[in-house]
Ligand binder design. Sequence first.
Ligand code: ZN
Length: 175
Amino acid sequence: MTLIDKPEKIPNEFVDTPIQKLIEYHNCGLEHKNYDKPQLVIGTCMDYRIHLRIPDRFAFIIRNGGASLVHNDFQLAFALTVGGCQAIAVIGHTDCGMVNLASKQDLFIDGMINKLNFSQSDANNLFRTKSPENEIYSEIEFTKKQAQQLKEKYPNIPVIAMIYEVKDNLLYHIQ
Ligand SMILES: [Zn+2]
């Protein structure tokens, strides 16, 4: 992963795209400009630590556990067509809760039962049926794979894979 903390470090393929602006706004402190239409569609995690420093009306943001866009093909296409976005940024993050869900199984099921009043069997079933499709195994690999798939799907749309480091709140490029 590479920190792009200066505009000169932005890879050529992203220069003059909304991805360049995302990096400049978030990592380089570029002053926010006014937008009247969205430029970029961002897929990121629902995690509470992710706070993107971007201008109002700059981006569509699709948030899901693990920054997964697996179930958002329609929304992505919508943002690119009806929304008019010109690029995609997939932003995973460090310390993502969707990695190693098995280690959180007891906490999840205990909470479903004791806090949310689910029965033991309903709680078990929810975890058993839904955790496999939410598990991402590795933030970096999962984010990279999703960006690769989107590049193949939309070859004329710039797509970047990035990781939001929750320790410094900066965006790192995954090559
Ligand atoms: Zn996460």
